[in-house]
Design a protein around this ligand. Sequence first.
Ligand SMILES: NC(=O)c1ccc[n+]([C@@H]2O[C@H](COP(=O)([O-])OP(=O)(O)OC[C@H]3O[C@@H](n4cnc5c(N)ncnc54)[C@H](O)[C@@H]3O)[C@@H](O)[C@H]2O)c1
Ligand SMILES: C[C@@H](O)[C@H](N)C(=O)O
Length: 343
Amino acid sequence: MRAAVLTDPGEFELRERARPDPAPDEVLVRIRRVGVCGSDVHYYEHGRIGDYVVEDPLVLGHESAGEVVAVGEAVDSLEPGARVTLEPGVPCRRCPHCKRGSYHLCPDVTFMATPPHDGAFVEYVAWPADFVYELPDSVSLGEGALCEPLSVGIHACRRGGVAPGDSVLVTGAGPIGLLAADAARVAGATTVLVTDVVPEKVARAERRGADQAVDVTEVDLGAVVDEHTDGVGVDVVVEASGATASIQSALDGVRRGGTVVFVGLAPEAEVPIDVLDIVDGELDVHGSFRYANTYPAAVDLLAQGAVDVAGLVDAEHSLDDVDGAFQRATAPDVVKVMVTLDR
Ligand SMILES: NC(=O)c1ccc[n+]([C@@H]2O[C@H](COP(=O)([O-])OP(=O)(O)OC[C@H]3O[C@@H](n4cnc5c(N)ncnc54)[C@H](O)[C@@H]3O)[C@@H](O)[C@H]2O)c1
Ligand SMILES: C[C@@H](O)[C@H](N)C(=O)O
């Protein structure tokens, strides 16, 4: 089978690899769609994210969907021919985090495209059947692949306890911010504000249904928040840009007693934040890391047409042109690039 292998920063090689055989509890999936995520681009450009360093040739890609072509002897939940999406993080299932249901915090998770684990820019993947979800006919494979970033958005909103009638400010209108905004809306938020610094991204957030999208380089965000919340502040802020300035100002928009969820990853680990604001405002401040138990919800939301993930995709490239896909994904106005593996 063919695999797009990152051999050095900025260098992909299409290599032949042995097609895997599914273990008894696995299914073999013929991969058909893989989204390019910002973390893939980071490994492509820099060869590392923090302590995760690409030391050996690595297959990137963790937003994937395809068709089951074979099942292990212990699998009875899926059959060949099923159209599926793959949850990329498989935990140990035994540690205290797994037993508590927070399996995304498992220290022994195998996460696709995170060194040393290969990802999905490859023709076939053998994956544990309980982390593979069947897609109804109404959900395309491209949409199925984007259950992954949608899951990040769903989890962030769950962490923020977004409830009917809430006002929510999402900072950053990349795929994560846009899908967090959608997840907030379907959770019942009645006011959704979105920020960015790229005019095309701001415009897209507004087209997708934000009550107001704000270019923070041009407009005073505080005034916009005041206008939409009678000067009180929003119930929940979801910081989804990872930009230092946005992280620092995330506490400014929230009401006293409100919640701030940090999803974005800052370029540096330490960002000064006013702790007195947290105490005095009795804020709930949460981190949000990946997700757990979100894929069934993501598939259902897509089946109901409640969230538009297809509208995020700006370009499709074949596996042969994975370089082109990654070049395209670095453009500031591009939200999502999809790699297709159709013959
Ligand atoms: N916690 C997690 O589990 C998790 C999962 C996936 C991604 N992430 C992180 O979340 C962040 C968003 O991911 P993404 O894929 O959407 O990234 P992205 O880079 O596509 O989107 C970030 C957006 O923020 C905008 N931005 C930059 N500076 C800003 C500012 N000062 N104010 C408002 N917006 C600003 C950018 O223009 C861009 O549109 C990244 O930091 C990513 O690493 C975290
Ligand atoms: C969760 C996933 O989308 C993220 N990029 C990660 O690698 O953790």
